[in-house]
Design a protein around this ligand. Sequence first.
Ligand code: UDP
Length: 391
Amino acid sequence: MKVLFLDQSGKLGGAELCLADIAEHFKQTSLVGVFDEGTFPQYLRQLEIPVKIFNKQTLQVQKASSLLAGLKSLNQLIPLAAAIAQCSRQYDLIYANTQKALVVGALSSLLSRRPLVYHLHDIVSPEHFSRINRRIIITLANRAVLIIANSQASRDAFIQAGGRADCVHVVYNGFRSEDYANSIDSAAQRQLRSEVLSLDSNQSDDTSFIVGHFSRLSPWKGQHVLIEALQYCPENVTALLVGDALFGEQDYVQQLRQQVKSLKLENRVKFLGFRSDIPQLMSACDLVAHTSTAPEPFGRVIVEAMLCGTPVVAAAAGGAIELVDPGRTGWLTPPGDAKALAEVITTCQNQPDWANVVADQAKAQAVRRFNLETVNADIARLLGNIKQQKR
Ligand code: UDP
């Protein structure tokens, strides 16, 4: 199977990490086309996955604005689509992994007559997209022969927005559980904890209860909810915010820093920026909190925490509801509810044995449910069906 994967982003977000895992499976015969240089193509090269940068200029599009407006003019879009169409003639199909890749991929597929596949990593709802963007996504996605939705929630929102139900298949993200389990021994874990906790000297005896938050800094990812929750938690509860503002959300970063200052939580909140040692950091945390205020399409970090054996609390909306069985494999709290989050944090702190039982159950289930090999086999089968239909 020769696949031309397309992704707009030079940056390494959840959709790109998911694509890298799929593209690695097909790397002998496939190519990943990216519209911008950056950490994502660098990551692909490290994995020896063939990658081609199609456009040195980033297509400037914000999710909230119009996709068309962002594309500035057809002067930019058409040469890009033509170059991709030309390239796609050597491949069996075009696999668009993001919205801008869908726009360009749909046009290229029209030009080269290669089938279009769309991997839907988003909830196409008013909370995430403007009306015009929703319409563009649905219209173009409906041209695809196959849509792979990353959760039931993404699938349902897509259909509710007017998407075709007959070509959508839900395939969860897959993970290599061995990358997460036992990624760090207890001595290295203590060392890492003291490194990240070096907030001030009197915390060096590490009596802290560390709540990790792993996500790009963005208003809907809800880091502010965790900061707010800290004020209702015991003094030794500390939050690690792991992740960066990937898409220029600098105002939000300022807002978070201001919130920390005004709540006098400087010693209890640590901004770690973007990190590549996620399994080690998650394993070193006592609890992982996911706090998205809008429905999360999937929530890789929830599964990753489970695979690390770290208890996880998630915001009860979107894909998170499909991942967490409350009280058995984690906890769910209403999105934006800082007090409810504080209650779960405090319970986990006070009842570590129970929290560990829940974490163990979550890990055992996650290893089975989100196995990368199974996921890649499912995707290969779905793509194989398209090739057969063409014959
Ligand atoms: N992540 C990372 N470094 C960071 C913060 C996050 O590698 O500093 C990874 C995280 O482990 C997860 C992905 O980024 O695999 C985020 O995926 P998720 O589905 O949680 O959110 P998205 O970014 O796709 O909205």
